[in-house]
Design a protein around this ligand. Structure first.
Ligand code: ZN
Length: 214
């Protein structure tokens, strides 16, 4: 069972589309495992949709702009629908994650980093690095520092970070003030999606929707 979740700010930014590519992948991955957050996102989407309609009614002067936005949304929706629904099966990650990455854990050309630890870089742009980390049971991941934030989503296996044990679907989001020294437990290799970035932007326009939930 998933015990850790992205915070409400992250989910809200996901709903209003202001997350970076890597963080969007991070949230999508978590939602795959977490019915609780899926419900929350559904609710936020509903409220955001209503607010959009409401603001549209209030902003008659600017109706042309709204038409453009709505057309864009419709365009994106039809683009999504056109995507072929082929699933990549195999490996230890769910096929939904395989699909996001484009390959299975077995097809990945893992890069050796340290004994027991290898990684695979999915993307690195706009100051954000998206990668997978694979660590063998018993491995300690050395304390590391970096600028900005580090979001981790466990995809398989388990790791212990202080008192808490993170398993598939669990997340941790820490900034540079947080030092951690997780180790891999259990008998399976642990694979994590890691998104490293500068500060997240929480400039959502649906702050009111967010406040309704708290
Ligand atoms: Zn969740």
């Amino acid at each position: 069972m998933v015990t850790t979740h992205p915070n409400d700010e992250i989910l809200q930014s996901y709903v209003n589309g202001s997350l970076s590519g890597g963080m969007e992948m991070f949230v999508k991955g978590h939602l795959h495992y977490c019915p609780q957050c899926r419900n929350k996102v559904e609710l936020l989407e509903m409220i955001a949709g209503e607010l959009l309609t409401e603001s549209r009614e209030m902003a008659e002067v600017d109706s042309a702009a709204f038409e453009t936005v709505l057309r864009k949304i419709a365009d994106n929706e039809s683009k999504e629908a056109e995507k072929p629904d082929k699933k990549i099966h195999g490996g230890v990650m769910p096929s939904m994650i395989n699909n996001l990455i484009g390959k299975t854990s077995e097809q990945i050309n893992w890069r050796f980093r340290l004994p027991g630890i290898s990684d695979y870089q999915i993307a690195n742009d706009n100051g954000e690095e998206i990668s997978l980390l694979k660590a063998e049971p018993g491995t300690k991941i050395f304390q590391h520092t970096h600028e900005g934030e580090e979001a981790t989503l466990v995809l398989s296996g388990a790791l212990q970070d202080g008192e808490s044990v993170l398993r598939a679907g669990d997340v941790s989001v820490v900034d540079e003030t947080h030092t951690h020294n997780p180790s891999i437990i259990g008998t399976e290799p642990c694979i994590c999606l890691i998104v490293m970035s500068g500060k997240l932007r929480f400039t959502g326009r649906f702050t009111r929707a967010f406040n309704l939930l708290t």
